[in-house]
Design a protein around this ligand. Sequence first.
Ligand code: BYC
Length: 316
Amino acid sequence: MEQKFTQEELEERFQNKIDKDIRIEPNDWMPDAYRKTLVRQISQHAHSEIVGMLPEGNWITRAPNLRRKAVLLAKVQDEAGHGLYLYSAVETLGADREETIDDLHTGKAKYSSIFNYPTVSWADMGAIGWLVDGAAIMNQVPLCRCSYGPYARAMVRVCKEESFHQRQGFEIMATLANGTPEQKEMAQDALNRFWWPSLMMFGPNDDESPNSAQSMKWKIKRFSNDELRQMFVDATVPQAELIGLTVPDKDIKFNKETGHYDFGEINWDEFWDVVKGNGPCNEDRVNTRRVAKENGEWVREAATAYAEKKRLKVAG
Ligand code: BYC
């Protein structure tokens, strides 16, 4: 006999599952707000992967040698794959993929602030791999234990690939930092420009983060924005020292009492300005994606027509 539960009972059973670390799967009952939060976060994450291809894609034709070109090409291609897994994960929540993408193209949807900064030198490819993918891993490894099954499972492969991306970025930086004085200067300049925007990737401070408390209770987030940012600083400062580069923050100092690095205040005005669409490249990034969709229209039409032709042949 089918058992009927009240809304309250359903919510209690749901939270009990989360508390016991039982994964929530697409066909399980879930509160509307949980579904909405996941659609928001996963679609923003997918957009970030896709828009995130642009700053590095900009350097594929200008990579300094064939090896660097092949590696960068593979990395950018990986990001496309991550976007696809994530759009599929959003679909398991009942969201429409095309509508989600349209929200990006009309400026309604957010994506990571970091991708609104320009890539002006080859060293930026090193800085992005090392810092941006490094920050992404710090955030995404805990997402492998997220309460929603399809998101958590997508993250396992994404993290393996990001780990390769981080190493290739660090290797570019280490090579430049140990090269000619001009190369070292180029690496330092890239670190100077990407350091603070990388710290902003983790989102606002915990007391300014409206979504954190609920997302932690639902185990979508396992660590707070500030906890992850601190882990990133602690892991990255010694790496900079190792290759002889200086993190552009005069307040960076190892605190023996806490066992962590203290660091300076983030420019939150800049962060919110970029999130609201006023960063150096916001307009360009969204336009590029919109035009790419328009230019690909004939490919989608041809593929659909071919599929239809094949279907009729089988049926007929
Ligand atoms: N940029 O309450 P909060 C990659 C928004 S790509 C823009 O803390 P939440 C790669 C936030 O959405 C991987 N917006 O939110 C690709 C919220 O606005 P709404 C990128 C930001 O969700 C290519 C509001 O601010 N990673 O690795 O609890 C090449 C308040 O924030 C940002 C992900 O997408 C930001 N930085 O926590 C190389 C990770 N920060 O939606 C590399 C998945 C905050 O309420 N996402 N906002 O209007 C997350 O883990 C979480 O969504 C966040 C924010 C930690 C980012």
